[in-house]
Design a protein around this ligand. Structure first.
Ligand SMILES: NC(=O)c1ccc[n+]([C@@H]2O[C@H](COP(=O)([O-])OP(=O)(O)OC[C@H]3O[C@@H](n4cnc5c(N)ncnc54)[C@H](OP(=O)(O)O)[C@@H]3O)[C@@H](O)[C@H]2O)c1
Length: 345
């Protein structure tokens, strides 16, 4: 039976979520934090997941708690896993340690790991689920997306003038936005497992597609992904030693994303250009748009996005904005792409 949520439940799950935020962003595994509280309401152990191959958050917290875990309550940002992965099921560790109650935020969407709550209940442990579930989801939204779809969450980022141009008539596009916006893009790249561009952009701009000065990186540089049939010359900067690169000589974007998903990549940054971005949007494979709009005009040149096959205003593709902010002298708009098949996700 599920017992009522108390203010302490919320407080300690909040603490577990704060700990989880210390887990690496770019990792095949979810970000998880755990807190163990004894019967007197004292914290006896805390932990967070430090990345693939390291102990899960619950195991770290239990190790710290030692014997004090007996009769305690465990607060976790994600449902304890029930599968014997590299580190063994957390449910069994909690049961063996004598934890009598478990409170968690987000139910595990991974069919391989789910069933943790049922296993705990079957062993006589009280379970309360869904406390701060939205916050728990926000922390792992890209990981949840990959678990559910097998593909990374795709953020399409672009820079455009106020009249919607992403390059001048001669193909040059450096730079449309100012330094603060460009610095933000490097920080955004650092949170992604892959950065994607089409052969068109690689052959025109010769971008390096790395995180500048490793700014904000907690792991390796993201995988650079180039999609298209044309050959990329060996001296292209995207093939230099600074980061790994995969060339996909295909137009099958679903297949590319499935392959990236199978590599454990849960967040990919699509950086253009307009032809590839339009193909992603048409295929329903863009989940979020991050647009930097510069107060500048070009009049002619490359549009930010290619043809979507929309001929009449009734078919306009409306997005759901989540934030609008000023970055230096540019404006950043973040918006989600609402797709009926994603409802409830
Ligand atoms: N301001 C910005 O944010 C920004 C960002 C990026 C680029 N740009 C500008 O965009 C321009 C380049 O534009 P672009 O459209 O040529 O570059 P692109 O979109 O990066 O590359 C287009 C190429 O992608 C390949 N491709 C792979 N899968 C595809 C699919 N499913 N459908 C269609 N094509 C697919 C095709 O190459 P193959 O023919 O080789 O198969 C296609 O020609 C440059 O001037 C650059 O400066 C601006």
């Amino acid at each position: 039976m599920t017992r009522q949520t108390t203010p302490d439940d919320v407080r300690f799950v909040e603490r577990a979520i704060t700990l989880a935020a210390q887990s690496p962003v770019v990792d095949p595994n979810p970000r998880v934090g755990a807190v163990i509280i004894n019967a007197r309401g004292e914290v006896v152990g805390e932990g967070f997941h430090r990345g693939a191959g390291h102990p899960h958050a619950e195991i770290e917290a239990l190790r710290r708690a030692g014997e004090a875990a007996r009769g305690s309550t465990a607060f976790v940002s994600l449902e304890p896993c029930n599968h014997a992965g590299r580190t063994g099921p957390c449910t069994e560790a909690l049961i063996t340690a004598g934890v009598t109650r478990v409170v968690f935020a987000l139910a595990d969407p991974n069919p391989l790991a789910a069933g943790g709550a049922d296993r705990l209940r079957a062993a006589g442990v009280q379970v309360t689920s869904g406390v701060l579930a939205d916050e728990g989801l926000a922390l792992n939204r890209t990981w949840v997306h990959r678990v559910r779809t097998g593909r990374p969450f795709v953020t399409w980022k672009f820079a455009a003038t106020l009249d919607g141009r992403s390059a001048a008539a001669d193909g040059t596009s450096r730079w449309i936005t100012g330094e603060p916006a460009r610095a933000e893009v490097h920080a955004l790249r650092a949170t992604c497992g892959a950065v994607i561009a089409g052969t068109g952009t690689v052959l025109t701009d010769d971008p390096q597609l790395t995180v500048r000065d490793a700014q904000g990186l907690t792991g390796p540089q993201p995988l650079r992904v180039v999609i298209g049939h044309r050959s990329v010359p060996g001296e292209a900067r995207v093939l230099d030693e600074t980061a790994p690169t995969r060339l996909f000589r295909t137009h099958d974007l679903g297949q590319v994303l499935t392959e990236l998903g199978s590599l454990g990549i849960h967040h990919a940054l699509l950086e253009g250009g307009p032809t590839l971005a339009a193909a992603f949007v048409r295929a329903g494979l863009v989940d979020e748009v991050v647009a930097y709009l510069a107060p500048a005009l070009l009049g002619s040149g490359t549009p930010a996005l290619g043809d979507l096959g929309i001929a009449t205003i009734g078919n306009i593709l409306r997005l759901s904005p989540s934030s609008v902010s000023v970055v230096g002298s540019d404006v950043r708009i973040v918006a989600g792409l609402h797709r009926p098949d994603q409802e409830g996700h």
